[in-house]
Design a protein around this ligand. Sequence first.
Ligand code: G3H
Ligand code: 13P
Ligand code: ZN
Length: 340
Amino acid sequence: MLMTTKPMFDLAYDGGFGVGAFNVNNMEITQGIIEACAAEKSPCILQISKGARKFANIKMLKHIIDACVELYPEVPIAIHCDHGDTLDLIKTCINDGYTSVMIDGSHHPYEENVHLTAEAVKLAHAAGVVVEAELGMLGGIEEDVVGLDAHEYEKNVEKFLTDPVQAHDFVTRTGIDSLAVAIGTSHGAFKFKHEPKLAFDRVEAIMKTCPGLPLVMHGSSSVPKEFIDLINKYGGNMPGTMGVPEDQIARAVRKYGVCKVNIDTDLRLALTAKIREVFATKPGEFDPRNYLGPARDAIREMVKRKLQMLNSSGKAEAVIQHWKSQGEPMPAYYSAAAAV
Ligand code: G3H
Ligand code: 13P
Ligand code: ZN
């Protein structure tokens, strides 16, 4: 069932679980995710980056997601724009039927971030769409945007974490529905040189200044060794990878107000590992179904484990009941479509 992220976060905040937000780029990735959610009876957020819109064409991705909604009515699904960077993109996503958008102005000076985010909230809320924004800077991709060396970032990570006092000001002035926080996670497969420790003291402080606000953890792939080993065994070259330890993610969703956990890299790794394995072990194989199929299976099994780790298995029905009981309207896109 399609919905915004609100009913999911309402239950997740105090319910000791987190909702997995998985990036979708094609049919097989989306199928692997949704099959796992159906098997685990878990809600999910399917998120689309600007790059995914460009690669797959938004109509194509939207129809794939619409098919998931039709085929799996028992799975609560939100369609989310990941790292939206302009108001034009936010408008386009609202008009394309997303139920949630992220406006990411975290790389701008603070006042500019406030202004951009507040404008995005006005547009989205008028259309019944919820908004995530970001404060602070993660490692991985975001430091590249501002031209910062990865070592510099890791050495001074404290300085880039979300400031709890600023977070309160930001939320009050923008009216956002959830906040992506920098608490020591990082995008991509090469996240850290040393095993990280998430800044739980910072999360606690943000929860004090922004009580009840759903928090979002980007850069939350754990970069499973089994996939890296397969990739490297079958012709790949990915030395020095490191992800966020799953026990720390599990703690963030069980004990703190982290309601949304973003995972993209692990999907890419599962897909790549399986395709490499098939190509290396069956060199005569050229039917895409025989390598994309195992890749889809690997994604499904990996996502099932993630949903258990996030403690969101078995939460689908409660989310649907909560959504229905709240009587919240769907975004205007859907009522307008129904009215036609
Ligand atoms: O955080 C970024 C996501 O992993 C999306 O990556 O922009 O390459 O699609 P992308
Ligand atoms: P990973 O690179 O850790 O999968 O993070 C994905 C993400 O944050 C998407 O917004
Ligand atoms: Zn991200």
